[in-house]
Design a protein around this ligand. Structure first.
Ligand code: ASP
Length: 282
């Protein structure tokens, strides 16, 4: 058993958090619990699913209960999860009635030969498996303040972890970019764009999803580490620079099998938690 564990969580990149510190307090409590889980030997895959599901259920982020409506007034949620040890992955896009989009993504990974289920098919899959679905949208979704009311325009959530066995995992979940068209799918549902994990790195992204899709951001970080042998922080900075050069903005969290843990953003702020490290690796 490898003794080193690493954990980073994010609660979205964008304007500075304006919820009286509730999401930062929530993130640090959740981060502490997840760190303890990793240290006690819980698998990275279970920890990232737990972390993202807790953030979805909290209503403090633009994911799960805190999702924002699209231009038609409907809620469509995207999520994905990836197991670095096996490179198995699962995702849902445009789900409307599932309680935990990341939980359904995990079941897509585990119970099907598919990677991504979208729209009504994702909702039906969750229903058929007996997974928890929302009652009425009015009961499930909490009304987070919009950006022009002092709320943050971003609030996607993500988690990356390295466990004691040396396995890596990543998960991401979002309730959507501001003002999205019905049917728009962002990077958070797409393996390689918003989420990636292999045997070397685990990555979760947040920001304007279209820019992250265009550079396959999460996979691009992994490719730079694998092929160019650069430190993780440098790979993340280079990918954020590519996104900025295209006019995009956001943040990336990542951990590596060699014990690096990174949280970087090019927006004014990114809600995040980075586990303290015994040997100070960043
Ligand atoms: N990346 C998410 C999306 O484009 C939004 C965000 O991270 O704030 O759907």
């Amino acid at each position: 058993m490898n003794q080193t564990t690493r954990l980073v969580l994010h609660g979205g990149a964008g304007a500075a958090a304006s919820d009286d510190g509730r999401s930062s307090a929530h993130l640090s409590g959740l981060g502490g619990r997840c760190q303890a889980m990793l240290e006690s030997g819980v698998a990275a895959l279970d920890v990232v699913e737990y972390a993202v599901a807790e953030m979805e259920a909290s209503g403090l982020y633009v994911a799960g209960r805190g999702s924002r409506p699209n231009r038609d007034g409907d809620f469509e949620m995207d999520a994905s999860i990836m197991d670095g040890a096996t490179r198995r992955a699962g995702a849902v896009a445009g789900a409307r009635s599932v309680f935990s989009p990341v939980g359904v993504a995990r079941r897509v990974m585990q119970d099907t030969l598919h990677v991504l289920l979208a729209g009504a098919g994702a909702d039906r899959f969750a229903h058929d498996l007996g997974l928890r679905t929302i009652g009425s949208p009015a009961e499930y979704f909490v009304a987070l303040p919009a950006a022009d009311e002092g709320g943050s325009p971003h609030g996607t959530v993500g988690a990356v972890a390295l466990d004691r066995s040396g396995a890596l995992a990543a998960a991401t979940s979002t309730g959507g970019a501001m003002g999205k068209l019905a049917g728009r799918i962002g990077d958070s549902a797409l393996i390689g764009a918003g989420t990636w994990a292999d045997d070397a790195v685990a990555v979760s992204c947040t920001g304007v999803g279209e820019y992250f899709i265009r550079v396959a951001a999460a996979h691009e970080v992994a490719a730079r580490v694998r092929l160019a042998h650069v430190p993780l922080g440098q790979a993340v900075d280079e990918v954020l620079a590519m996104i900025a050069a295209d006019g995009g903005a956001g943040g990336i969290i990542a951990v590596s099998a060699r014990g690096e843990a990174v949280a970087r953003w090019n927006t004014p702020a990114m809600k995040h938690y980075i586990a303290e490290m015994a040997n100070g690796c960043m």
